[in-house]
Design a protein around this ligand. Structure first.
Ligand code: F6P
Length: 546
């Protein structure tokens, strides 16, 4: 079995190094279009209205067949089904991975536990609370709540903040704010916009021990107490957590705690109680549609054949880019301002999951794993880092996310937005040859010496891959589909690479080391610190504390 896996990996990497039968390079894209007018139709797929176009990648039939063979030998489908059955596939933490159960489809179990029943109970409480807040039955010292502040970090912040930003409109029932960083400049910037008497505060933390969140929670609690009086603070607080002992110790009443279970990973938790700020900000119906969109993508992921399966195909394209062609990064470019925080959310979902150097059995992996993910909305990105993506030395595969119909009436603006998104993908793929540049410059009347001087700078190599995702419009359903698509892509990559995509031991060391350094900043000894850290502590002491 291990040797089958090695052989299929070898087949993929060999294909990526060998010229195609027509002599074209395995990374080239233009010849594939020249040879196949039907390429768009053959390399794009849809799932419930969401379209994925992989035709502007270098995938050809042979590469796709080799990658699908790899998916077969790596038992991607078997591993997917084990996840859905609630097996403890997060082996290092001995936990099931059941964010799919959160979308409200029945029948999920985590061992003896009826996960779906647990989810249904919490969803019912979240709905009752949300509707109570909106109706004014649940209110603060100043009456109806106008603002909700979610205090959380990482998965307890990025997903809900991204969704709320994507879908919030001025007609929404509440304003939502997200406080993550332990840097109190964040709280100081937010505080003047809030009235404690009409502000609801959610302390969102899976563990309820995270230093940043607990520090901010204490600051904000003190502000509430000063504004509404200690006796009324409880009416302004709720907790979203798996740690019911710690929420009680913090003084949050049991009926104000919305729990979830340890089979929900932080970065996959926006669908759980952690999403309460979404429901409060946008309304219950929007949250329910978000879950429905994710549920539709779950059904597609669980049911569609692998060669038609959007998350699987996106994962296979990534394997081709990372392991075949050696591209170590990827850019996420949503051509929709409302999705401005999607790259940040995906950075956690992908890099915290796939930034692993050992296989499930603890042996070093034999191949590269998760690429660096970054991004910005288009068109802003075009005026920033796209230069490197067009003409830098290493290709950066791009995800270009387009939304067909806007939710405003400015058709001219939207046409320009779409034209730019499509043009970037086209420019990356087609490039511009020396002959084209020369012809253009000649036509513009440039003399031969100047053409020779500028030509190399004005050539675009082309053959740079992008995957395009086209959403009919941006609404709760399609956003749910989109986010779940990336979650399942991450699962698929974990299965293909043979790593655990659901732990995150790499974040622990920094947390541990911060303890003694904090003690030194509090006036303790810096003994035992490395020379650089001790030197910096000394410099900070002179600049700040002296
Ligand atoms: O430090 C990383 C991490 O554990 C993430 O995985 C998680 O999303 C984040 O911290 C926040 O954790 P918590 O929800 O327990 O406060």
């Amino acid at each position: 079995m291990a040797s089958d896996l090695q052989a299929t990996w070898a087949a993929v990497t060999a294909l990526a190094r060998t010229p195609r039968p027509d002599g074209s390079a395995p990374h080239s894209i233009r010849p594939l279009f020249a040879a196949d007018p039907g390429r768009f139709a053959r390399f794009s797929r849809t799932a419930d209205g969401l379209l994925l176009d992989l035709s502007k990648t270098a995938l050809d039939d042979r590469a796709l067949a080799a990658l699908l063979a790899l998916a077969g030998v790596a038992d991607l489908a078997g591993k997917r089904d084990a996840m859905a059955r609630g097996e403890a596939i997060n082996a290092t933490e001995r936990r099931a991975v059941l964010h799919m159960a959160l979308r409200g489809e029945g029948g999920f179990r985590a061992g003896e536990e009826d996960a779906s029943a647990e989810v249904a109970g919490v969803l019912a409480r979240m709905r009752e609370f949300t509707e109570g807040v909106h109706a004014g039955r649940i209110a603060g010292a100043g009456g109806r709540f106008t603002d909700v502040v979610n205090i959380g970090i990482g998965g307890s912040d990025l997903g809900p903040a991204m969704v709320t930003r994507a879908l919030w409109t001025h007609a929404a029932p509440l304003r939502a704010h997200y406080l993550a960083n332990v840097d109190a400049h964040a709280w100081e910037a937010l505080r003047p916009a809030l009235d404690p008497r009409t502000t609801l505060v959610l302390v969102a933390s899976k563990t309820f021990t995270t230093q940043e969140t607990m520090t901010n929670a204490a600051l904000v609690r003190a502000w509430l107490a000063a504004g509404v009086g200690e006796a009324a603070v409880g009416n302004h607080l709720a907790a979203l957590s798996t740690n019911l002992k710690a929420t009680a110790a913090f003084g949050i009443a049991f009926d104000r705690v919305f729990p979830f279970r340890d089979w929900v990973g932080g970065r996959f938790s926006l669908w759980s109680a952690i999403g309460l700020s979404i429901a409060l900000a946008l309304g219950w119906e929007a949250f329910a549609r978000l879950l429905a969109g994710a549920r539709a993508m779950d059904a597609h992921f669980l049911g569609a054949p692998l060669d038609q399966n959007l998350p699987v195909l996106l994962a296979l394209a990534e394997v081709w880019h990372v392991n075949g062609l050696g591209y170590p990064t990827r850019a996420v470019l949503p051509y929709d301002e409302r999705l401005a925080r999607l790259p940040a959310h995906l950075q956690q979902v992908e890099m915290e999951s796939l930034g692993k150097r050992v296989a499930l059995d603890g042996s070093p992996v034999a191949h590269a794993t998760g690429p660096v993910v970054f991004g910005e909305p288009g068109t802003n990105a075009q005026h920033s880092f796209m230069q490197l993506i067009h003409q830098g030395t290493t290709p950066v595969p791009c995800d270009i996310i387009l939304v067909a119909r806007p939710d405003h009436a400015q058709a001219d603006s939207h046409r320009k937005l779409l034209a730019n998104g499509l043009a970037q993908a086209q420019a990356l793929m087609q490039g511009k040859t020396a002959a084209q540049v020369e012809a253009e410059m000649r036509a513009a009347g440039t003399d031969a010496a100047e053409i020779a001087r500028l030509l190399p700078h004005r050539v675009f190599p082309g053959d740079r891959p992008s995957a395009t995702l086209l959403l009919p419009r941006l609404d709760p359903f399609t956003l749910g589909q989109l986010v779940a698509l990336y979650e399942h892509k991450v699962f698929s990559l974990g299965a293909l690479w043979g790593i655990n995509a659901f732990d995150q031991w790499g974040v622990e060391l920094g947390k541990q080391l911060a303890g003694p350094i904090l003690a030194a900043l509090e006036g303790g000894s810096a003994a035992g610190q490395d020379g650089s850290t001790a030197g910096l502590l000394g410099a900070i002491e002179k600049l700040w504390m002296a």
